[in-house]
Design a protein around this ligand. Structure first.
Ligand code: NAG
Length: 442
């Protein structure tokens, strides 16, 4: 027993160690270097150029073994970067797929220009005109998305002019790239940031801003000035930050106290340092399955040949897309699909949820419903497939099938035979009696 537990413990230790080793290995990332083309005449053409690039990531700047790697032929040596990320955010396992994996993390880098912001909740950061000399360097911004939407990260990096030896100064990350929530539940949209403590920009304040975007419309959700500890703007009821966690460890997660349908959309978390900013985007979708009800319920008794109209109403669901179907399970226990039914237009309730109905015309003369069975309305929705059933009772005989007709003929023949037999027995016994009487009389 003790032996077993020792082995168990040892293997656990080994596994944990293995995970740490694998988890801490920093990747060499393939990336697109994207920049605006220097347009002729300086016009805002919006044209961009893309170049393949390679990022060698490490957590400590003195490890230089990466340099032994030769850059692939299709990557210009100018586009090979050596990045030191002391926080190790860029060494996350989702950015480091196994060798030969087809799926690759997404990565894009752009030149970055440090500049002050005039936003009300950011402007105080640059009042003191601090460290402009420090800003004179090569700055790039890298936006990465890990596999399986496990995480997204944007880092601002600084390299002393023309060295390609970059240091991460600011990283903003999120581990909830795509969130689904039921209606009415609290939602946490994860966002965290890290600032290089050795940078002169560290410790001179930060600001956090959350924006919401949906189909081209944007609005500010919340803006916080961390330097003066002021909530500059809240335009969303029930949206808040954990201010203590924000100051303690850069946890800028947005908390929505109660999920509503209108919260579905894209959220952008932006963190500002003096002259710098980095942002990540998250998707929130409010998914609420429908509740179903069937009318009329219970169904009236049906006679063969009658057409019955049955309505199934799905209500309280989001998002809008919904697929109705109908099933019938007869007395024989076999289920079958009934043809498509009409669907009404949708309506939207005060809380943003939708309702929609399906109307089934059940023609009992066309369908072989037997003596009845169970009628089920099925609504397929992103939030789960819902079902509602009613009992259908058909009274009286249905139109006879071939088997029924054959049986009837059979029954008729048997009956005929029986009548013949009975009448023959009677007449013959009558004849016997008559005979006997005749004999007695003689
Ligand atoms: C950030 O703060 C929220 C709210 O307090 C908490 O639920 C969440 O776990 C925190 N995230 C991290 C990474 O610590």
């Amino acid at each position: 027993m003790t032996n077993f537990s020792t082995i168990y413990k040892l293997s656990l230790v080994a596994v944990v160690y293995l995970i740490q080793v694998c988890g801490s290995s920093c990747p060499v990332l393939e990336c697109w270097f994207v920049q605006e083309k220097a347009g002729r005449g300086g016009g805002l053409t919006g044209a961009t150029s893309q170049e393949k690039s390679l990022l060698h990531i490490r957590t400590e700047s003195h490890i230089h073994n990466d340099k032994s790697h030769k850059a692939p032929a299709d990557i210009s040596p100018d586009r090979v970067y050596f990045i030191t990320d002391p926080a190790g955010s860029l060494c996350h396992s989702s950015l480091n797929p196994p060798r030969g994996s087809i799926k690759k993390p997404q990565c894009e880098i752009n030149p970055f220009l440090p500049q002050p912001s005039s936003l009300k909740w950011v402007a105080p950061l640059t009042e003191s005109a601090l460290s402009p000399l420090y800003l004179q360097a090569d700055w790039i911004s890298a936006a990465l998305q890990g596999l399986d939407k496990e995480m997204t990260i944007t880092s601002i990096m600084r390299a002393p002019t023309s060295t390609k030896e970059n240091n991460v100064i600011l990283s903003v990350t999120s581990k909830t790239v795509s969130v689904q929530s039921r209606l009415g539940e609290p939602v946490l949209l994860d966002c965290g940031f890290w600032v290089d403590p050795s940078s002169p920009l560290s410790g001179s304040g930060f600001a956090v801003e959350w924006r919401y975007q949906f189909r081209g419309n944007g609005r500010l959700v919340l803006a916080y000035d961390g330097k003066t500890d002021r909530l500059a703007e809240t335009q969303e009821e029930g949206a808040t930050l954990d201010f203590e966690a924000l100051h303690r460890n850069g946890n800028a997660s947005l908390i929505l106290q109660e999920a509503k349908v209108r919260h579905s959309g894209t959220y952008i978390c932006t963190v500002y340092l003096p002259y710098l900013l980095a942002q990540v985007a998250l998707e929130l979708e409010i998914v609420e399955p429908p509740s179903l009800s069937i009318h009329p319920s219970p169904l009236p008794l049906t006679v063969p040949g009658q057409t019955l109209t049955v309505q199934c109403e799905a209500s309280g669901f989001a998002p809008l897309s919904l697929e109705f179907s109908w099933e019938f399970k007869g007395a024989d226990g076999k289920s079958r699909q009934l043809g498509s039914a009409g669907v009404t237009g949708h309506r939207q309730a005060w809380d943003g949820t939708y309702s929609q109905s399906s109307k089934l015309e059940l023609d009992s003369s066309k369908l072989d419903l037997g003596r009845g069975g169970e009628l089920t309305c099925v609504a397929a929705h992103l939030g789960g497939t819902q079902r509602a059933s009613v009992t259908l009772n058909v009274i009286g005989f249905s139109t006879p099938s071939i088997e029924d007709s054959m049986a009837m003929v059979g029954v008729a023949l048997v009956l005929y035979g029986l009548i013949k037999f009975v009448s023959w027995t009677f007449t013959s016994s009558d004849a016997d009696e008559a005979d006997k009487q005749d004999k007695k009389e003689k």
